[in-house]
Ligand binder design. Structure first.
Ligand SMILES: NC(=O)c1ccc[n+]([C@@H]2O[C@H](COP(=O)([O-])OP(=O)(O)OC[C@H]3O[C@@H](n4cnc5c(N)ncnc54)[C@H](OP(=O)(O)O)[C@@H]3O)[C@@H](O)[C@H]2O)c1
Length: 349
């Protein structure tokens, strides 16, 4: 690429916004030139508006940008969105209507029938929803979304098994505290404890998984017919969502077939060598006590999902665990990969 593409971040001062700033800092294609947030921050320098919660200091490439209002005006065409979900619907729609390409982390539009909910290795073809979205809504811009952070880990873990006919999926999550934003869960609740409830999370995992693993049928997504049951828990881990999964499969494959399916799994981002794509998106770890959040979550720049402990299940067919970086593969890195995919499809032209 001769010249990097100027991009903006909506909700740049928040926790997810800061992860965007960090992830995009040295991106080979995208250059953050614009930041937006609420009235509380508008007009201030980014370094003053955003109390930097991540390691190090506020990155120099954004520190002196002036925070702008999240509305059509002078923002670049490509906008990553991390705005509060109470305002994301209106903000994202007004920008898409005005011609912006909004690549969103917020939950607001994920389940809209004409909005792609992307995991590029799994369902790059769901971008075919965009022309329908533009025609239906009369937008010159567009909105694409990435899933909830625990759904990304689950779907990457089970997508390699789709050719064996996914029938039933039971998943239990052990989710890191960084997934709850800042200040997040009170320390008195999470220290040396497990919180067996995350509001709305189980429902999101169940329906988002069916949409992501669904097939295009004309200009609509036909959701995966498999039943999905999720139990979600918050655990005292800083980064990395670990999920334990049991699956029932239609064609009874061998354990070796499954291992091979994990290892051979590749998608469009790997074919096109997109900059944020891990070479091997799903990696099987043979040691019986891996993957582990503290030891494995940073591998492959946080963009791969690690699978382990594959064994037969006396209730369904097989069970295994999967680990992914919730703020990278589950948030900023996911959206960056979505935007790279959209660029490679010509949707940013
Ligand atoms: N991928 C995932 O699974 C995942 C994980 C976590 C969060 N999320 C989603 O990401 C979004 C941000 O979460 P967060 O934890 O980063 O929240 P946060 O720390 O509270 O940040 C919210 C951001 O939205 C801005 N904002 C608030 N009200 C606004 C308004 N009226 N107009 C414009 N901007 C406004 C805030 O600006 P000020 O600083 O000026 O107030 C801030 O930049 C949410 O929609 C959340 O659901 C997704």
């Amino acid at each position: 690429m001769e010249r990097r593409i100027e991009v903006g971040i909506l909700g740049a001062t928040g926790m997810v916004g800061q992860h965007f700033v960090k992830f995009l800092q040295n991106h080979p294609w995208f250059d953050v030139k614009w930041v937006g947030a609420s009235d509380r921050s508008v007009g201030k320098k980014y370094r003053d508006a955003a109390k930097w919660h991540l390691g190090g200091t506020t990155p120099e490439n954004v520190a002196d940008l002036t925070v702008e209002e999240c509305k059509p005006g002078n923002a670049p065409r490509l906008l990553f969105s991390a705005t509060d979900s109470s305002v994301a619907t209106e903000i994202e729609q007004s920008l898409a209507k005005a011609g912006h390409v909004v690549v969103s982390n917020s939950r607001n539009h994920r389940m809209d029938a004409d909005v792609p909910l992307l995991v590029p290795e799994i369902n790059a073809d769901h971008l075919k929803l965009i022309p329908r979205q533009q025609a239906l809504r009369g937008w010159s811009g567009q909105i694409a979304t990435n899933p909830n952070c625990s759904t990304v880990v689950l779907t990457m873990g089970v997508a390699p098994l789709k050719p064996f006919g996914l029938k039933r999926i039971v998943v239990t999550t052990l989710q890191a505290i960084s997934g709850a934003g800042y200040p997040g869960v009170p320390s008195m609740d999470i220290s040396a404890n497990v919180i067996p409830f995350i509001g709305g999370e189980e429902e999101k995992m169940e329906i988002e998984t069916q949409k992501i693993l669904g097939d295009m049928n004309g200009d609509q997504v036909r959701p995966l017919a498999a039943k999905v049951s999720a139990h979600c828990n918050r655990v005292p881990v800083v980064d990395g969502h670990l999920v334990t999964v049991s699956v029932e499969l239609e064609n009874k494959p061998s354990e070796a077939d499954l291992r091979q399916a994990f290892e051979r799994f590749r998608g469009v981002p790997q074919e096109r060598k997109l900059p944020s794509a891990p070479e091997r998106p799903v990696q099987y770890m043979p040691d019986q006590d891996r993957p582990q959040p503290r030891k494995d979550v940073e591998r492959e720049r946080g963009m791969a999902v690690f699978v382990g402990r594959l064994r037969s299940c006396p209730v369904l067919d097989y069970k295994f665990i999967a680990l992914g970086h919730n703020t990278v593969r589950g948030a900023a890195g996911a959206a960056a990969l979505n935007a790279e995919l959209m660029y490679s499809e010509g949707l940013l032209d």
